[in-house]
Design a protein around this ligand. Structure first.
Ligand code: UCC
Length: 557
């Protein structure tokens, strides 16, 4: 309170070690790792949490202030197409390499749990990385593709760089997929690959090159003489920072991710190497898409954690109507609701990490492999929606000052908004869930895995939760059967509700499983509360917009 001599200044929200402040993350890791494994990785998680609250965050703020600049012509009139990048952005890359954000997953020192380890690192790194996390998302996919499908001799050098923990050696990879004609419908791509003097050369335009400064990229093109799109590997940059047979049309002005140099480029004969079989490009790039969607999920959980950390900290510092916000009943309930959202999203993200790790190390059962295929779009679309809600509510929880840049909250909301659309919008992902069900028969394993999460629950306080999960699984199963008998338009029109039903139900099963683990160890009942509240909101809303309903929708519009 202000006195005559001392004016009032509000304490701003403070960031402290983001790992130690994240009780949800620490709880889940304790549950999912063997104690000796957790003891091994804990010091690194602590260190990254410290960096994320300190010097890494300072670099991210600097990178956002000093945004990338396209230098199209040099002083003497020559076209150079260079991208000037902030030193802070480069430094964040160096920290990413030193932390082994890619190497951790692919060296697989902890077997399939290495993906979990990596997930925790990306979750902590993301919100203080000025979206350097984006090139890492694409790099992860490129590594997987090069390992699996490229000629080993060709792949050896890029893989060495992409996996390097040495910041002077480390590369990242881009993924150039979107064209003017095709963002979601990639089959409309017009880029061509021509065979010239024994090498492939690419011609066309790529409209959303998310991180143009990456040292290499995977891209799709129509290869001469082959139907369908083919996958190519490109190294676009010369050592002097100029582009090889590529011109840079512009850097995009985006709502968020402002430090990230996203470009439109013209391919004018850049040399490329075919990866895999000609015409197999879309099927191959699905591996990259799926890993990028996993990273998108972690970007969402990272931002949710950060927004909540700031909102909770502030609620303890800000006094209104005679007491701190955290003691105001409605404010408390609002924050608790956001915490439940976050706990659910995090549980799903970490389960996806487990499943991906198992599939990659061939430790997955067929059931787990099927569940992984369907959980990937479901996790991405569900957390993509959550993060915008949570970031927006966190701003509101801080009030007018939450709307002010210095608190760091506006950047979180801007950045959050890319997550429901990057690498597939909510609707595209909902249709991918249908694709996984139709083509890979992924529903049965997904639902069985959901039931298995609650099969071992022994705590009687969780009986209601278990029952709700089982009922929701039955409802989802019945819905799918009736959709299979109905017409395609109906199931597509209902796909988003259905996918969100899968998300809600799977999250409920995971929270219940975790609550049981917590209860059997005699710990607090935090997760029981989270599971009950998550389920209390309702798990499925599967009303099918049939032909008449859609006609009414047309009238509405
Ligand atoms: O544009 C973008 C930038 C936005 C803003 C960027 C700002 C920068 C900030 C970044 C911050 C991080 S993002 C790009 C958005 N576009 C996409 O994500 C693409 C969305 N479209 C899809 O996901 C489509 O479903 C396609 C392209 C994957 C497939 O479409 P098609 O042409 O209909 O293909 P098909 O016939 O359905 O699938 C071809 C094959 C099939 O294999 P088979 O024939 O063996 O069954 C499919 O089963 O690929 C298989 N397949 C998959 N397999 C398709 N998708 C998958 C999958 N997800 N997993 C496994």
């Amino acid at each position: 309170m202000a006195t005559d001599n001392q004016p009032f200044f509000q304490d701003p929200p403070q960031l402290t070690n983001t790992f130690e402040a994240d009780s949800a993350l620490r709880f889940q890791l304790e549950r999912l790792f063997a104690p000796e494994q957790l003891a091994e990785i804990r010091p690194q998680l602590h260190e990254l949490g410290e960096l994320a609250a300190g010097s890494l965050q300072t670099l991210a703020i600097e990178a956002e202030r000093d945004v990338p600049e396209l230098v199209q012509y040099e002083a003497w009139g020559r076209r150079v197409d260079k991208v000037r990048i902030s030193p802070a952005w480069r430094e964040i890359h160096r920290i990413g390499a030193e932390q082994g954000l890619m190497a951790t997953a692919h060296e697989a020192r902890l077997g399939w749990r290495s993906r979990l380890h990596q997930a925790a690192l990306i979750h902590l790194f993301g919100p203080s990385s000025a979206f350097v996390s984006c090139p890492y998302a694409m790099t992860d996919g490129a590594i997987a593709i090069l390992k699996r499908y490229a000629d080993p001799e060709l792949a050896a050098r890029p893989l060495r760089h992409l996996l390097s923990r040495d910041p002077d050696q480390a590369w990242t990879s881009g993924q150039w997929m979107t064209e003017k004609e095709g963002g979601s419908d990639v089959s409309r791509s017009t880029t061509t690959a021509r065979r010239e003097a024994g090498v492939w050369r690419l011609y066309g335009n790529k409209f959303f090159v998310s991180a143009v400064t990456a040292e290499c990229a995977l891209t799709l093109a129509n290869a001469q003489g082959t139907p369908g799109l083919s996958l190519f590997f490109v190294q676009p940059w010369n050592a002097d920072g100029t582009l090889r047979h590529i011109t840079l049309r512009k850097l995009k002005e985006k709502l968020g991710t402002r430090a990230l140099p996203t470009a439109e480029i013209d391919l004018q004969g850049v040399e490329a190497t075919l990866v895999g079989k000609p015409g197999d490009g879309v099927r191959l790039i699905a591996t990259v898409l799926n890993l990028a969607r996993f990273h998108n999920t972690l970007a969402a959980t990272g931002i949710m954690a950060r927004a909540l950390q700031l909102a909770k900290d502030y609620a303890g510092r800000r006094v209104a109507f005679g007491r701190p916000l955290i003691e105001q009943p409605l404010h408390l309930e609002t924050l608790a609701g956001l915490q439940v959202e976050y706990e659910a999203g995090l549980a799903i993200a970490l389960r996806l990490a487990e499943l991906i790790g198992k599939v990659e190390t061939r430790a997955a059962s067929p059931l787990e492999a099927g569940a992984c295929r369907l959980l990937t779009p479901v996790a991405k679309l569900g957390t993509g929606k959550q993060v915008v809600r949570v970031a927006s509510e966190a701003i509101e929880a801080i009030g007018g000052m939450g709307y002010i840049e210095e608190t760091g909250l506006p950047r979180l909301l801007r950045d959050a908004q890319v997550l429901p659309l990057w690498e597939g919008t909510t609707n595209v992902l909902s249709l991918d869930a249908l694709r996984a069900i139709d083509r890979q028969e992924a529903l049965r394993p997904f639902l069985e895995d959901t039931l298995m999460r609650v099969a071992q629950v022994t705590t009687s306080e969780l009986d209601g939760a278990v029952k709700s999960v089982r009922t929701a699984v039955q409802t989802l199963g019945r819905h799918t059967e009736s959709m299979a008998r109905g017409n395609r338009c109906d199931s597509e029109a209902a796909a988003r509700r259905f996918a969100l039903g899968l998300f809600n139900t799977y999250a409920a099963a995971l929270l219940t499983e975790a609550a049981n683990w917590e209860a059997t160890r005699g710990q607090s009942c935090r997760l029981t509360i989270a599971a009950r509240r998550w389920i209390g909101r309702g798990l499925t809303d599967l009303a099918v917009p049939d032909a008449q309903y859609r006609e009414e929708s047309r009238l509405l519009l």
